[in-house]
Design a protein around this ligand. Structure first.
Ligand code: NAD
Length: 650
């Protein structure tokens, strides 16, 4: 089928791009579009052109598969140049998402009409490149330079209403935008005045403080180069001609597309798309999700309930007592209010969303739920009792999920008379923000239970990764391994601040000790005590963390942890902790030595990789890419490095 089709609506040609599923632009689309532009240019019957996408999208971007290859002609900048310089007005009818190359096409048109549900954006930096077909030159001629900087270096799409406020679209309509676009094309054609976007003047360029923008970006992007390169290309507009600014953008795009970061970002993009693939092949049908039960409304339970509510589900949350119920209720309310403050939902939506929550201390209220997720204390006896109680009150077919971080899901499953209905749904904190969900397939877990977990992940728009049962599943197991390695480095001569700085400079948002202080050292301490970790000397064990805990240094909430928050701050070594570490080095027989950042990161990444290999050998993860997806989305591993397992290959 031809990817570009034309029909005539009196003297207006309607050009429809059609490359399912999202009308991505590839060489064939570019070629057909270029041919159509040339044909319409010489067709005297045609006075104007409307360009639309078939189906739910306008054009959702370039074909990512082509990005790693040498570009083939016709090149998109040339196609867009031909549209923009046409003697007839072209109007984009943005019926759905116009992203990346799609928005570049729309910007080369002489006007834009968008459907009210459409999204417009330039997400190129998320795959390590910049707009390579004039986006950095045209956007700041339609919206202010500061908004262009925000859209291109941030990569987040905007709604069509907001795009209209910015000046990016001329009209937003709740109906099919084609009708309005045809009207507009006629009007412009009759007026005989259509201005190419590149001939417009830059908007608000003088007001931009470029150095401040650069500093902000360096801090935010933590080593990702594409956003900074995009900023450089936007700045180029200030003094260069349109032609020179276009050339610089194109050269930058081509160089980045061949680079290491773009290749790593493409890897993680495809790994995320493929994650949870085995769940899509299940034959079983999922249970009904209209009403979901959550047990325990502490940190995790409340944020899981928030995530469920935000996805439109009805939630019954069970707590132990009336007081605990009230506390849980206000946690959920605070989460929703915070989402409203961040502009994710309106205040009105926060109120109506909250109305779908029932909090109770009576398990019998769960009777209508087909899925129940427990998030009570991390204690096997407490969780066992919960599962046994659930057997008494809920339907035999209801699915029971545990959010345990480390406990044995197989063991837990046997507390139910029907272990096949039990699976793990391991959310990451805060569950209503973090995109990752580990779906734990236990020894007894049925296909229906797995299908239900998968359906929930889709409903919550989470990236799901399947994990088998082991201590910490995929993510916490890898994290525990490198945490141990970090403590060994402390014993050998490094300090917490050095390790944290090395991790931040590598691209993690925080170092491991800052993270531990923030979430509290007590949970891992309890876990180590419960397991009586190899204290017989057969396996190397560092006692530094235990000693901090014994000294009451439980993290930020205690005022002290790895760092001193009363007198210092995170990232600055506390002499008392360094003294303790030095004493431990001596007791363990290590001569302290200098560590370079390179060595620190090499040991951390190598440890992640060898634990990852072990996880693969044991069949805990379905493939190496899943481990990358978990580390990037759950543990702050820098996305532009692709993940630890990808780094083995690259
Ligand atoms: P928490 O102590 O903040 O909350 C536990 C809640 O469960 C409390 O409000 C408590 O009143 C309630 N509860 C205890 N027994 C109950 C019972 N029998 N019936 C009803 N409610 C009961 O703990 P948390 O940090 O929210 O952790 C909960 C679970 O989530 C644990 O298994 C933990 O390992 C897991 N988890 C925690 C995190 C995290 O970052 N905190 C991340 C992933 C998973």
């Amino acid at each position: 089928m031809d990817p570009v089709n034309v029909f005539l609506d009196s003297d207006i040609a309607v050009v429809t791009l059609s490359n399912p599923p999202v009308n991505a632009i590839n060489q064939q689309v570019r070629k057909s579009l270029m041919d159509v532009v040339k044909t319409l240019e010489i067709d005297e019957k045609v006075k104007g052109v409307v360009l639309e996408g078939e189906g739910a999208n306008f054009v959702a971007g370039a074909d990512i598969n082509e990005l790693g290859e040498a570009p083939k002609s016709p090149f998109l900048p040339d196609v867009l140049d031909a549209i923009e310089m046409s003697s007839k007005p072209w109007v984009a009818s943005i019926n759905g998402n116009a992203l990346g190359g799609g928005l570049e096409i729309a910007m080369a048109c002489h006007a834009r009409v968008a459907a009210s549900g459409a999204k417009l954006g330039m997400p190129e930096v998320q795959i390590g490149v910049i707009p390579g077909a004039g986006g950095t030159v045209r956007l700041p001629r339609l919206v202010s330079m500061s908004n262009a900087i925000r859209m291109i270096t941030g990569g987040k799409p905007v709604s069509s209403q907001y795009a209209a406020e910015l000046g990016l679209v001329d009209l937003v309509t709740p109906d099919d935008p084609k009708t309005e676009a045809i009207k507009l094309a006629k009007e412009i054609s009759e007026s005989g005045n259509h201005v190419p976007t590149v001939s417009r003047t830059l908007i608000g360029c003088a007001e931009v403080d470029w150095d401040a923008e650069q500093q902000k970006l360096i801090k935010r992007t933590r080593g990702a180069i594409a956003p900074l390169e995009a900023l450089g290309c936007l700045k180029e507009n200030e003094n260069a001609s349109v032609g020179d600014a276009m050339r610089k953008a194109r050269d930058t795009f081509l160089a980045l597309a061949q680079g290491q970061q773009a290749s790593a970002l493409r890897h993680i993009f495809f790994a995320e798309k493929a994650a949870g693939k085995s769940l899509r092949d299940l034959d079983a049908l999922p249970s009904d999700l209209s009403c979901v039960g959550v047990i325990g409304g502490g940190t995790m339970g409340a944020s899981i309930a928030t995530a469920l509510l935000l996805s439109g589900l009805t939630v019954i949350l069970i707590e132990r007592t009336r007081e605990a119920s009230e506390a849980a209720m206000s946690r959920v309310r605070d989460n929703l209010n915070a989402s409203a403050q961040r502009g994710i939902i309106s205040e009105q939506t926060a109120t109506s969303t909250f109305a779908r929550l029932t909090v109770s201390d009576d398990y019998c209220d769960l009777v209508g739920c087909s899925l129940i997720i427990e998030a009570v204390f991390e204690n096997i006896d407490v969780k066992r009792e919960v599962f046994a109680t659930l057997d008494e009150v809920v339907d035999r077919n209801a699915i029971l999920a545990t959010n345990t971080s480390y406990l044995d899901v197989n063991d837990l499953a046997t507390s139910s008379r029907y272990p096949d209905r039990v699976l793990g749904l391991h959310f990451f904190a805060p569950a209503h923000v973090m995109k990752l969900l580990e779906i734990i397939r236990g020894r007894y877990t049925s296909e229906v239970a797995l299908a239900t977990g998968a359906a929930l992940a889709r409903k919550l728009r989470k990236i799901s990764v399947v994990s088998g049962v082991c201590d910490g599943f995929i993510g916490n197991r890898v994290m525990s391994a490198y945490r141990r390695e970090c403590e060994f480095m402390l014993e050998e001569g490094a300090t917490p601040a050095q390790i944290d700085a090395a991790m931040r400079n590598f691209g993690f948002p925080m170092g491991i000790y800052e993270v531990q202080d923030m979430s509290g050292l007590d949970i891992a301490w309890a876990q180590r005590k419960a397991r009586r970790y190899a204290m017989d000397g057969s396996v190397r064990y560092s006692r530094i963390s235990d000693q901090l805990c014994e000294a009451g240094r439980l993290g930020k909430k205690a005022g002290r942890g790895w760092y001193n928050y009363e007198q210092g701050q995170a990232g600055v070594d506390d002499p008392e902790v360094v003294k303790l570490i030095c004493e431990e080095s001596k007791a363990a027989g290590y001569f302290r030595r200098e560590f370079s950042e390179h060595e620190i990161m090499e040991r951390i990444v190598t440890t992640m990789q060898s634990e990852g290999m072990q996880i693969l050998e044991e069949g805990i993860a379905e493939n190496a890419d899943d481990i990358d997806v978990v580390m990037v989305n759950g543990f702050g591993f820098p996305r532009h490095r692709g993940g630890p397992m990808y780094m083995c290959k690259s």
